[in-house]
Design a protein around this ligand. Structure first.
Ligand code: LLP
Length: 372
């Protein structure tokens, strides 16, 4: 973003806040995913950022789509010209019966993650091909809220219920053609996806029709300058080691954050500053209504004063929004140059789970999105 500083400041003329996405960064991340030799298909988890222009960039790079609601799938089909329903993997969780029915009739690939749907709604699945989402038993990720394995997580069919799932699918007349698992989000252990693949591969002897194993998303992105990035080559190497075990079964990957996190920044104009004892506050025009990750997960996003990028940072400040909650902060104890009303602050690595999780809380409209 620092090389496009002038453009970003220009874009903020007459605005108080904006999410800005860099198309070239999205294309670069897509290209690195497409270069993984062990992975036959990459799906983009659109929950990370469903901006229509982002979706078109991703699909244009040869990447499919993963959706978790009818709303997401409808939006993807509307936004991307030429998107075939079969390019969408639908991975709902505790969704109503009507959504499964719609997805199957529309031709999406559907993932089942609960025996309930096979037992209670068997007629929906007659003569259908389905994916089975498996809970490998342990979750991983940057915060407890985003770890999706183990009995305390609501996702997936535990390994000890797989036999029953196979029986119920057979009884319903459904064919299990894919296995799926997603253990969590913000994972930096390069072996994680191979571990998942291995656990799913162990089930293959029971599932003669399975043609693909989807090892989920969760690829971590460093939240601050200087932290090492996930080693994609290592990840690829670990997955490639499994090729022999897998035979003709394909490996699929479905990242969200990795595709978009670093493409996006949140820009927000400084409204007021305040001192209270030892604490200093810089207030900006938008806060948790645009970016809830700091409040929800204690997530870190680097913050820079874009207006005064050349000036030395001298003061330690909390960066806060205008929302009436003490949790409304974008960053604590941030070293900034002397900052004034009207300056533009930049919140980095905000392209994933930013705009999509925004709200109108306090009836303050969240930041608008722009692609450059
Ligand atoms: N596949 C499934 C089934 C998922 O549930 C998710 C994310 C992904 C793929 C993509 O995960 P990613 O590659 O983006 O880590 N709001 C949280 C993240 C929640 C992730 C939910 N599921 C955050 O801001 O960190």
């Amino acid at each position: 973003w620092s090389v496009r500083r002038a453009e970003l400041l220009e874009l903020m003329q007459g605005r108080d806040s904006a999410y800005v996405y860099d198309a070239a960064t999205i294309r670069a991340r897509c290209a690195s995913l497409k270069s993984l030799r062990s992975v036959s298909r990459v799906l983009y988890a659109i929950k990370a950022n469903s901006n229509a222009e982002v979706l078109r960039q991703v699909h244009g790079a040869g990447i499919g789509i993963e959706c978790v609601s009818r709303g997401e799938a409808d939006h993807a089909l509307r936004s991307i010209r030429g998107l075939a329903p079969a390019e969408i993997l639908f991975t709902p969780n505790f969704a109503p019966r009507s959504e499964y029915q719609w997805a199957l009739e529309t031709g999406l690939r559907v993932t089942v993650d609960n025996l309930y749907v096979l037992r209670e709604w068997p007629s929906l699945f007659a003569a259908r091909e389905i994916f089975l989402r498996v809970d490998p038993g342990t979750g991983r990720g940057h915060h407890q809220h985003v770890r999706t394995g183990g009995i305390h997580s609501k996702f997936g069919v535990p390994i000890d219920q797989i036999d029953e799932a196979i029986r119920l699918a057979g009884k319903a007349g459904a064919r299990i053609v894919g296995l799926h698992a997603h253990v969590g989000s913000g994972v930096f252990d390069v072996g994680s996806w191979a571990d998942t693949a291995q656990q799913l591969a162990a089930l293959l002897p029971k599932l003669p029709h399975v043609r693909a194993i989807d090892v989920g998303g969760g690829l971590g992105v460093p939240d601050r300058t200087g932290k090492p990035a996930l080693d994609l080559e290592q990840l690829d190497a670990r997955l490639s080691d499994l090729r022999q075990v897998l035979g003709n079964v394909e490996l699929w990957l479905e990242p969200g954050r990795f595709v978009v996190a670093e493409s996006g920044v949140l820009l927000a104009r400084v409204t007021q500053t305040k001192r209270k004892g030892a604490s200093g506050y810089v207030g900006v025009a938008t806060g948790m209504n645009s970016l809830i990750r700091p409040a929800l997960y204690g997530a870190h996003h680097d913050i820079h004063n874009l207006t005064r990028l050349d000036q030395p940072p001298t003061e330690v400040m909390d960066v806060v929004g205008p929302i009436c909650e003490t949790g409304d902060f974008l960053g604590h104890d941030r070293l900034l140059p002397p900052t004034q009303e009207g300056d533009v602050l930049l919140v980095a690595t905000a392209g994933a789970y930013g705009a999509v999780m925004s709200s109108n809380y306090n009836l303050r409209a969240p930041a608008e999105e722009r692609m450059i």
